[in-house]
Design a protein around this ligand. Structure first.
Ligand code: SAH
Ligand code: SF4
Ligand code: F3S
Length: 466
């Protein structure tokens, strides 16, 4: 009985969670679940959570307070609600969550989503709280249903404004997780603990999934992984394939017009991948390459395993392969022991490289990570001050980058209708949001747009005849 049960999923954190939320909805669909937009209407509420910083993890508990009230209210109307916590908080805190928030019926880690229907059934029939945070032997991707169902999620994302699913009738852009986990163990980071060891999906599986996304109308795919450029999945010939080889294969899939990938590590920017930016026309001129800190002493304490000079060298190579590439990065300020002089090196590196956009964060001590126990923690006021300074510089760079686009004509892939009547919204090759007045018939298509004005976070333009 499709549609007889209703599920509400709220997504926090990175794009991989957005992708996982879609896969969870698809896994539940054969069991009669349809996605709804508000928890008040839902028989099942799933919070897909993020543990990367303290604030992200705490959001879950405030959200659970709200869900508890809704569950109680529904009960007075004779309706039962199941509540599940998925994602990285589920993996990191496990049974602690059910102790702190008894409203929760099920805690499910990112490696167990293929078991979700079974776990929900057991939680209900056995009337007890279940926790599944194992790293099972079976591969969850191989055990999730194939992606042909064409189901849409209501994935909303606090950290990243871009959801793979828009409110328009066409899904033009999609995420595709090709790699999960991380073996790098940066001393500040929870990901190796919440997502486990690095794992790459085989090429044939990814080609099939890309083809089914194309059948849904998708023409742009962003390949995802915590360490996406360390990808080394089984190739079509049985040997290991690199990200560059995977891109070459996916670029040949009929209907795919644009490819992107995120997030990369400077140490894994191999020559063949850099070369792909020169030769693969479908590979968009945009690269998210976090450097975290500009001082070598801090980089070493973070266990990033490269120097600031190495980062400069990688950027130089990429820019010589693709001179117009737009660079993005992640920066942490106030890592334990960071001095004012060392922070200045971060500012200097930002000034020297020049970013089209960036994410920057105050260091947040995460339980269980090595950096959390360093005695020399930086006071919060100092972190706030440094964050404000680096963000002012980054905002200036983003504004300059956008201002340089005025007068140019970009191919824009339109993804959704805008807030104003007659407005449509898409993305430039450099991932900027582009607003224009235009026929909704353009949604799902790449159309030339002449940029007429720019502001800090988006561009506005006029459609030009192709
Ligand atoms: N794999 C990516 C990062 C994934 S986490 C990489 O290696 O670059 C996304 C970003 O969150 C990181 O780049 C980092 O800037 C930030 N981050 C991770 N842990 C953090 C912490 N404990 N405090 C503050 N920011 C953190
Ligand atoms: Fe975290 Fe470092 Fe792995 Fe990125 S490379 S996910 S920052 S441990
Ligand atoms: Fe957050 Fe987990 Fe992604 S900690 S950033 S949701 S991998």
């Amino acid at each position: 009985m499709p549609g007889s049960r209703k599920v509400f999923i709220k997504t926090f954190g990175c794009q991989m969670n957005v992708y996982d939320s879609e896969r969870m909805i698809e896994a539940l669909s054969p069991y009669g679940y349809a996605s709804v937009d508000s928890p008040e209407d839902a028989d099942l509420v799933v919070l897909n959570t993020c543990h990367i910083r303290e604030k992200a993890a705490e959001k879950v508990y405030s959200e659970l307070g709200r869900i508890r009230d809704i569950k109680e209210q529904r009960l007075t109307e004779g309706k039962k609600t199941q509540v599940a916590v998925a994602g990285c908080v589920a993996q990191a805190e496990g049974a602690e969550i059910t102790k702190r928030a008894p409203v929760v019926d099920l805690v499910v880690g990112p490696q167990s989503y293929h078991r979700l229907p079974d776990l929900l059934f057991r939680a209900k029939t056995e009337s007890r709280r279940l926790v599944d945070t194992a790293f099972p032997d079976e591969d969850k991707f191989a055990n999730l249903p194939a992606r042909d169902a064409g189901i849409k999620s209501n994935a909303s994302n606090d950290a990243i404004s871009r959801s793979a699913v828009s409110n328009a009738s066409v899904q033009a852009a999609a995420f595709l997780t090709i790699q999960e986990g991380c073996d790098k163990f940066c001393t500040f980071c929870v990901v190796p603990y919440t997502r486990g060891m690095e794992f790459s999906r085989p090429v044939n599986e990814l080609v099939k999934e890309a083809e089914s996304l194309v059948r849904r109308g998708v023409s742009e795919i962003t390949l995802l992984g915590q360490n996406v450029n360390a990808y080394h999945g089984q190739g079509l010939d049985g040997r290991q394939a690199s990200l560059a080889q995977l891109i070459e294969i996916l670029a040949k899939v009929e209907g795919i017009k644009r490819l992107r990938y995120t997030t990369s590590h400077a140490n894994d920017m191999s020559d063949d991948l850099i070369e792909a930016h020169r030769v693969q026309e479908k590979l968009m001129p945009y690269l998210h390459l976090p450097f975290q800190a500009g001082a070598d002493r801090i980089l070493a304490a973070m266990n990033r395993k490269h120097t600031a000079q190495k980062y400069r060298d990688v950027v130089k190579k990429i820019r010589s392969a693709r001179p117009d590439i737009a660079l993005s990065t992640d920066i942490i300020v106030g890592f334990p022991g960071e001095t004012e002089g060392e922070f200045q090196e971060t500012l200097d590196l930002v000034s020297e490289i020049g970013f089209a956009q960036a994410f920057s964060f105050k260091y947040s001590a995460r339980p269980g990570t090595p950096a959390a126990t360093i005695a020399d923690q930086v006071p919060d006021e100092v972190k706030s001050d440094r964050l404000a300074r680096v963000q002012a510089l980054l905002a200036k760079q983003q504004k300059t980058f956008n201002a340089h686009c005025v007068g140019r004509t970009f191919p824009v892939l339109f993804e959704r209708s805008g807030r104003h009547e007659g407005q449509i919204v898409g993305r430039s090759p450099y991932l900027q949001l582009v607003h224009t007045n235009g026929d909704p018939g353009h949604l799902g298509h790449i159309v030339p747009v002449e940029i007429s004005s720019a502001n800090s976070h988006s561009l506005t333009g006029v459609i030009r005849a192709a």
